[in-house]
Design a binder for this molecule. Structure first.
Ligand code: SF4
Length: 291
């Protein structure tokens, strides 16, 4: 099957431009690690990074804001569908959206600072709404996991030769991401990914957090947030089953199986000792992480 014009132009960019892939943390549901890294590099992508370092930066900022403003309520804006819904249906809640950009946006800014202006970026994830967010925040390309698979299939069917590439390795020689961090934020695409990774113990109590997902539950979550001023934080994602239920995912596996794939990958990566050297906040000194 031919590629869509959008995908064809992206494949052409892989041949002619220097590109960094920003891979969403739900990737283990649809693709195997470390094969995904090699497969992306064979397309002509120079560097492949996870969003986990950006998630760590975001976590730190949330923690600071929540601690500094003990009487305020906040809504997490990581899901662009939620932001659109607030703008359209609950404009009175706009003021509660925390002023921190999403992991995709922060990671885009970070890699452009780190690798320089010659590099373009492509976000690859489970989300259609991220395509609009990507345009708004100068991410050069955005595709879904399904679309990435279409590109892999097209190249295979048409015997397109892989590009030459280099890749990073872990201490045991396994192909690795061109990474900056490897830790707990790999659970971001799961329920309450933000609420469970920000260090707000003693600042926000469990009963002051609402974790919600899925079209059937969004209105009730917004109403509860509005009515109960004791709620400090609304961690909300539009898709049923969070980002691992996003429309751009391929897997039709049951929820528990998808979830286990993300958790198993997180567990697997703990063996990678190299990570202890990464993830310092000073790497991102001066980086704008506001929305
Ligand atoms: S919950 Fe769905 S719409 Fe929201 S960011 Fe995740 S995949 Fe995108």
């Amino acid at each position: 099957m031919p590629l869509t014009p959008e995908l064809q132009s992206i494949v052409d960019a892989f041949q002619n431009e220097k590109i960094v892939a920003l891979l969403a943390p739900s990737f283990p549901v649809d693709f195997s690690y470390p094969e995904i890294i090699i497969n992306l590099k064979m397309l002509g992508i120079q560097k492949v990074v996870e969003l986990t370092y950006a998630a760590k930066l975001i976590d730190e900022e949330y923690e600071k804001i929540l601690k500094a403003n003990p009487d305020k309520q906040y809504i997490c804006p990581n899901c662009p569908t939620i932001v659109m819904m607030i703008n359209a249906k609950y404009p009175e809640l706009k003021e509660y959206i925390i002023n921190v950009a999403s992991p995709m946006v922060v990671m885009n800014r970070f890699v452009k600072k780190e690798y320089g202006p010659d590099y373009k970026t492509i976000f690859i994830g489970p989300c259609l709404a991220k395509k609009m967010e990507a345009k708004h925040y100068d991410i050069d390309y955005a595709i879904t996991f399904k679309e990435l698979q279409d590109i892999f299939d097209y190249n295979k069917e048409n015997n397109i030769a892989p590009k030459e590439f280099t890749y990073s390795v872990t201490e045991d020689g396994t192909p690795d991401f061109d990474k900056f961090y490897n830790d707990y934020t790999k659970v971001y695409p799961l329920a309450g990914g933000v609420a469970t990774t920000i260090h707000i113990k003693g600042v926000v109590q469990k009963e002051q957090v609402i974790i919600a997902d899925g079209p059937a539950n969004l209105d009730a979550a917004f109403q509860e947030f509005k009515n109960n001023k004791n709620i400090r934080f609304l961690d909300i994602l539009a898709c049923e089953w969070w980002c691992i239920g996003g429309p751009g995912m391929m897997s039709k596996a049951p929820l528990e199986e998808k979830k286990q794939r993300v958790l198993a990958y997180k567990q697997y990566c703990r063996k990678d000792k190299i990570w202890s050297k990464f993830g310092k906040f000073e790497y991102a000194e001066g980086l704008d992480i506001t929305r």
